[in-house]
Design a protein around this ligand. Structure first.
Ligand SMILES: Cc1cc2nc3c(=O)[nH]c(=O)nc-3n(C[C@H](O)[C@H](O)[C@H](O)COP(=O)(O)OP(=O)(O)OC[C@H]3O[C@@H](n4cnc5c(N)ncnc54)[C@H](O)[C@@H]3O)c2cc1C
Length: 522
């Protein structure tokens, strides 16, 4: 049994929504990488479930038989996430990480009882929101367990309450991005959280991974939007966050934000909301260089003048992404910056005026709304393009990091060099600044290379080299994709042995049997 809004098990999203690779793009790909058609394996089935009948019966006693699913199709749809390695494995017909059973609770009470069953029957539990993890966050280390349960939150999709006076809303974790926005819009409200995975990722997943959206400069990162949350742990249920600000000890919300299903199941999230914007305007800017554009972003952030959206492509990304390079100057396309302004008409007009004046003063060239609208129109399309490129034997993947402004140039150079060296001649490494703060920014890299015989090994070498470079440069291993299993060794280096000890101590207090997402995070 599947549910509405399922993604294709071997591709991103709904392939019917993807447009075919234009002939001109195909020609370019043929020229640069060569075309090597890669058909996906058909008819693969997950391994037989290993969970015992008594465990299944105990799970069914909590949620009802119809919400305990052992069929191959459902388990295939709950296997791993949507990183390029995940897609490559699925395309090769490898469903080896499939859960043994998918369980769909209706509410917090059922989750409390399900976790008790998991402990009693030694079952690993993997909370599943939208399934868009790109860091191996949905793969449990199964060796020590008598089965793996995918705890699918698809039935928990309510807008629980709206407090218009305080401008907060409480949402259930299984709501996907568009579903949450649709419910809030009935009240004239928005969350404003638009990661590229918006169409499929869930509220619980945003909180569990500390997601950051394309409009986070204006609305804030997801963790900054959360004013409270409820979490079910094997040791009991906890609600954190009871005031807009508090000096009551350490902030326990921060224990669960980014906990990636390892400490508890997030069952509701109370978020700050905003009025639906009446106006959305997106404007392109040209900068002579990445350094010049980055300096302008820093000036804006430090002047307290950030737009709702701000992003800057480096020279290579600008050249590749511009279908019409003449739009920003044929000889020197420079670097494209997108700024977006959302809100009430007068506020948008005032901020756009102030930002434009500063950017012109700093040497930016206003390209008008066309490049901005083009970006806004295609902002969720890139994952479909990745599928088209994988189809013809081009390895494509992304990674991201963040650092302080004073370290930005070094981090950019080091990670780019690590990727170029490990991927070898003919590879393409692109970068943009995806998020901006007063003190620093995030760097988001995209790579493309001709697929070798073993693309998983090819990417794993490059990813390790880039991750080593991030840690050596003193940056974070992830600004918004989270840790999962993929970033674990570098995360341990980033937080150090005492940091790991703290997280392990919290884990053993909340989940003494270790049933929650084993192998993820720490
Ligand atoms: C094409 C693409 C683009 C992306 N773009 C962005 C982006 O712009 N910004 C960004 O931040 N991320 C992005 N991501 C990464 C991903 O979408 C985010 O990490 C997202 O927040 C995950 O949400 P999800 O609901 O899909 O979680 P899932 O993939 O289902 O789960 C992610 C992790 O959270 C845990 N989890 C999920 N729900 C709960 C819950 N209720 N309680 C406890 N643990 C839970 C899972 O066990 C898992 O470890 C992108 C991914 C893809 C594939």
């Amino acid at each position: 049994m599947t549910t509405q809004n399922e993604m294709h098990p071997q591709r991103w999203g709904d392939p019917a929504a993807a447009s075919a690779l234009p002939e001109s793009a195909r020609g370019l790909i043929e020229l640069v990488f060569g075309i090597d058609e890669k058909p996906s394996a058909q008819g693969a089935v997950p391994p037989e479930p290993v969970i015992g009948a008594d465990g299944v019966a105990a799970l069914a006693a909590v949620v009802g038989d119809e919400h305990v699913l052992l069929d191959d199709a459902t388990r295939a749809l709950r296997t791993r996430g949507k990183s390029t390695p995940d897609l490559l494995r699925a395309r090769a017909g490898d469903l080896g990480d499939a859960p043994d059973v998918v369980v769909r609770p209706a509410d917090q009470g059922e989750i409390e009882r399900l976790l008790a069953v998991a402990v009693a029957h030694n079952l690993a539990v993997v909370p599943f929101g939208g399934g868009t993890s790109v860091t191996g966050g949905l793969v449990a280390a199964r060796a020590a367990y008598d089965g793996v349960v995918s705890l699918d939150l698809v039935r928990m999709k309510a807008l629980v309450s709206v407090d218009r006076e305080s401008m907060t809303a409480t949402l259930e974790p299984g709501l996907r991005g568009p579903e949450a926005e649709a419910l809030l819009s009935e009240h004239g409200l928005t969350l404003g959280h638009y990661p590229q995975s918006f169409q499929y990722a869930s509220i619980g997943g945003f909180a569990a991974t500390r997601s950051s959206g394309q409009s986070s400069a204006g609305y804030g990162r997801f963790d900054a939007l959360v004013v409270g949350l409820s979490v079910v742990t094997p040791s009991g249920t906890i609600s954190a966050g009871s005031a807009p600000a508090s000096a009551a000890g350490p902030d326990l919300r921060q224990v669960f934000l980014g906990s990636e299903g390892t400490l508890g199941v997030i069952t509701s999230v109370t978020v700050r909301v905003r009025e639906l914007p009446a106006v959305k305007e997106y404007v392109g800017w040209r900068w002579p260089s990445f350094d010049a554009g980055a300096a302008a972003m820093r000036t804006l952030a430090q002047a307290g003048l950030l737009p709702t959206v701000i992003r800057l492509s480096d020279e290579a990304e600008t050249a590749i992404n511009l279908a019409d390079p003449s739009a920003i100057g044929q000889d020197n396309p420079g670097c494209l910056m997108i700024t977006g302004f959302e809100g009430a008409p007068s506020a948008v007009a005032a901020r756009r005026r102030a930002v434009s004046a500063l950017l012109i003063e700093l040497g930016g060239v206003d390209l008008g709304e066309e490049p901005g609208e083009k970006w806004a129109h295609g902002r969720f399309d890139a994952p479909y393009l990745r599928d088209s490129l994988l189809d013809v034997g081009v390895l494509v993947e992304t990674l991201e990091t963040a650092t302080f402004w004073s370290n930005r140039a070094r981090l950019y150079a080091d990670v780019k060099a690590a990727l170029e060296t490990s991927l070898g001649e003919g590879s393409i490494v692109l970068c943009h600044i995806s998020h901006v703060y007063e003190t620093g920014c995030s760097l988001y890299f995209t790579i493309a290379a001709k697929e070798q015989d073993d693309p998983l090994a090819q990417w794993s070498v490059a990813k390790a080299a880039a991750s080593d470079a991030m840690i050596a440069a003193g940056a974070t291993i992830t600004h918004h994709h989270a840790v999962g299993t993929d970033h674990k060794p570098w995360f341990a280096q980033e937080i150090g042995p005492v940091g790991v000890q703290v997280l392990r101590a919290i884990k053993s207090s909340l989940d003494p049997a270790g049933v929650l997402n084993p192998g993820v995070l720490v």
